[in-house]
Every structure is written in C-alpha cells, then in structure tokens.
Design a protein around this ligand. Structure first.
Ligand code: 6GU
Length: 269
C-alpha cells in the first residue's frame, strides 16, 4: 500500500513513521511513504504558500495554487508507478491503458482518494480505517494556519477527516495517526496476522488486561486463572474483564456490543 502526504512539514511525517512496526514494513516494501513539500510548488519568489483571508480575520490561509500543483504532481507519480509496475514482463504499446493479469486492455479510471485532515471532518474510527485500507494508494492533505482555500478543497478532496474533538496546530499528527491505524491492517505488517482481527473495537469491547513474568511483582500476583492452563476458563475470564472494562470507561461502546445472556450476567456478578 502506498501513502502520499502533501505537507509543509515533510520531515515531521518521515521521522514519525520511520520507526518500529511501520518503519519495518516500509523497509520490507509492504508499504511505501512519499511526502511532498507543498512549499516546493510555490511560484512566489519568497516561496510563500499562505496569504491573508478575504473578509478579514485572524491568521493566514494556504493559497490554492501550490496545493493544486502538489496534488497534480502526486497524481502523476501514481500514474507513472502504475505504468511501470504493471508492464514488467509485458510491452506497453499505447501508454494509455493498463493491462490486467488476463492480458486484456482496461482503462484505469479509479481516482486516488484525497483525505483532508480537519477538525471539520468526520471523526476517524476503526471502521473507516478498514475502509481506507482497501485502497492501493491514499493521498493525505495536511493544512496549517487557519486552513486551506475552500476552492481547492472542493476540487480535490474526497474525504474530510478529524481524529477527535480537540484542536491541533496542523494535519501532520492526524495523518500519522491515520496512516498507523491503516497500515497495521495491511497483511504482513503485524508479524502476527491474527492480532489485527481479535482486538479492541472489532466487537465494540475494550481489550482484557495482559500479564507476563514475573509471576509476583512487588507483592502483586498474576490472576491465578491465567496460570491454570484451562483455556476455556481463561477465555471466559478475559471476556468478563473486557465487558467490565468497557462498562466502566466506555459505556457508549458497550451499548453497541453484542453480548450473550451469560455475558450480560458478568455485569452484575
Ligand atoms: Cl484532522 N486537524 C487539526 N488541525 N486538528 C484536529 C484534527 C485535525 N482532528 C482533531 N483535531
């Protein structure tokens, strides 16, 4: 899967995502990440990309031109990537079509999603991460200052996304949050391929507590059931813990969870 990020602070994205699990997946080629510095597409001699808002008011607004040209550049990158990748082993005769596995001609019409990070967007959740993870390419547009000229947003943005009800200084951290959540759903990114399926939010329940050695730490023992080797009992205990945790800190989630009548009794035991 390929991530493209349009930003005024490319180093922030690169440094933030080049570590740990995502860094390893980038090294392995399971993912690619390309940042595009919007400032490189300024046609102003001082490389300015922002200007005063029409109608007055505080702060600056990012001008449409540099964003438009940066997006055109990324679209072209993606087009070129497709034409070289898909024709290895075959001959590209026209340059205007894609050849699929059965060697039939098919015009590539699918436009790459452009996700604009903004507190005015839909609030990001696991269901949206799963939807976005189906795409081969994703473009993230990060704004700064008071935002971006509305006209270029109307022209290129397909999805307006927020990461929660608080205000940040720019879209860089939100894009990193989204890329992390989406990337870990790509097959092979997590070394353990069942773990992405069985955890929090899949069933609208929070995760159960985890323990490792030592068995006693500063007089606190690991719950005895976990040492019993009784797998069915352990599963039942973990489910109970999940339900109790969710009831305590996220009653809103618990309303959406589907529980058996036996599991509902856990709440009152
Ligand atoms: Cl996506 N952007 C900014 N600037 N602030 C936010 C946000 C996004 N999501 C929550 N707060």
């Amino acid at each position: 899967m390929n991530f493209y990020v349009l930003t005024l602070f490319p180093e922030m994205i690169e440094q933030g995502l080049n570590t740990s699990i995502i860094g390893r997946a980038l090294e392995k080629g399971l993912l690619s990440l390309k940042t595009v510095d919007i400032r490189n597409f300024s046609e102003n001699k001082h490389n300015r990309v922002d200007d005063y808002p029409y109608g007055g008011g505080a702060g600056m607004v990012m001008a449409p031109g540099p964003v438009y040209r940066a997006h055109q550049y990324v679209e072209e990158l993606i087009r070129n990537e497709k034409n070289t990748a898909e024709f290895t082993g075959g001959i590209n005769i026209t340059g205007h079509e894609d050849i699929n596995d059965s060697n039939t001609l098919k015009t590539n019409t699918k436009k790459t999603r452009v996700i604009y990070l903004t507190p005015q967007g839909r609030v990001f959740n696991q269901t949206m991460a799963e939807e976005f993870a189906k795409d081969e390419d994703l473009i993230f547009l990060c704004g700064h200052y008071e935002g971006i000229d509305e006209r270029i947003l109307e022209m290129i943005v397909t999805d307006y996304v927020s990461i929660g009800d608080y205000v940040l200084t720019g879209g860089e951290l939100p894009s990193m949050v989204m890329i992390d959540a989406i990337a870990r759903l790509v097959p092979g990114v997590l070394n353990n391929d069942v773990s992405a399926e069985f955890e929090s939010f899949q069933d609208n329940l929070l995760e159960y507590p985890q323990y490792t050695r030592p068995e006693v730490f500063m007089e606190r023992s690991v719950p005895e059931i976990l040492l019993s080797g009784h797998h069915a009992k352990i599963e039942e205990w973990r489910k109970q813990q999940s339900i109790l945790r969710t009831a305590n800190t996220r009653p809103d989630l618990l309303e959406k969870a589907v529980l058996t009548s036996k599991e509902k009794k856990f709440l009152h035991d």
